[in-house]
Write a new protein. Structure first.
Length: 236
């Protein structure tokens, strides 16, 4: 499959600003007073082993979890005080699809389109383009419960993109995808590199180094390194 040439972009403004952020699960500290910024536009890697705090951080950014200390702004908004404003800008793909199993694929997409207040013509054009791109169109009338793991993941990707978000959070987004769909998704991310902020978590450090413009590495809930991808050391 032929891919478009990747062009790195120059980072400038900040999409997310975090200062002294703490999040606990009972007595276990998942994020320990971390401070970092994510640049506006480009693809940015969030690296670290299991339990490093990657998923917790994305869940705080996406308003699904409240921090226990510190401050955070997302696209200029406080996700604790203005969660609905943050959600307008946000697309999220997590470890479990955010889909209703009893509904069909198209019913799921219509449900989310109403939450985002999308115009019907924009919704229809998005469904047509994205369902073709991620090879899910022929499955849209099928109840989600009947879909394979890979098809659910593809539908969940379309769901996350249906409102054309400015900020895309991807937590291990390529797990469960076949080779062709993985390549299609990579190509899609590359095409929107210079007009969207994308944050990706991945265990595949070599892949992350190739895909991303900037990186943050977490270990046991603290930031151990960050910067342009040219400075990324896979041994950390």
């Amino acid at each position: 499959m032929k891919h478009r040439k990747r062009i790195r972009i120059q980072m400038s403004a900040k999409a997310i600003e975090i200062r002294d952020l703490t999040r606990r699960y009972g007595y276990r500290v998942a994020l320990r007073k971390i401070s970092l910024d994510f640049s506006e536009k480009g693809i940015q890697g969030l690296f670290g082993s299991n339990g490093a705090g990657k998923t917790t951080l994305l869940r705080v950014v996406s308003t699904l979890l409240r921090p226990h200390g510190g401050t955070i702004t997302v696209m200029g908004f406080n996700p604790q005080e203005e969660p609905e404003e943050v959600k307008k800008f946000l697309g999220l793909v997590g470890d479990k699809p955010l889909l209703y199993n009893e509904l069909t694929g198209i019913e799921n997409l219509r449900f989310y389109s109403k939450l985002y207040g999308l115009r019907s013509d924009f919704f229809e054009s998005q469904v047509e383009e994205l369902s073709q791109r991620f090879a899910i169109k022929t499955w849209l009338e099928e109840p989600v419960k009947n879909l394979s793991t890979g098809l659910k993941k593809r539908l969940d990707i379309v769901r996350s993109l249906i409102h054309n978000p400015e900020l895309l959070l991807l937590d291990e987004p390529f797990s469960g995808l076949d080779k062709d769909t993985t390549e299609d998704f990579q190509e899609y991310l590359n095409e929107f590199r210079n007009i969207r902020t994308t944050i990706v978590t991945t265990h595949n450090l070599a892949f992350g180094a190739e895909l991303c413009d900037e990186f943050v590495t977490l270990r046991k809930g603290v930031v151990v390194s960050q910067g342009p991808i040219s400075e990324f050391d896979q041994t950390l």
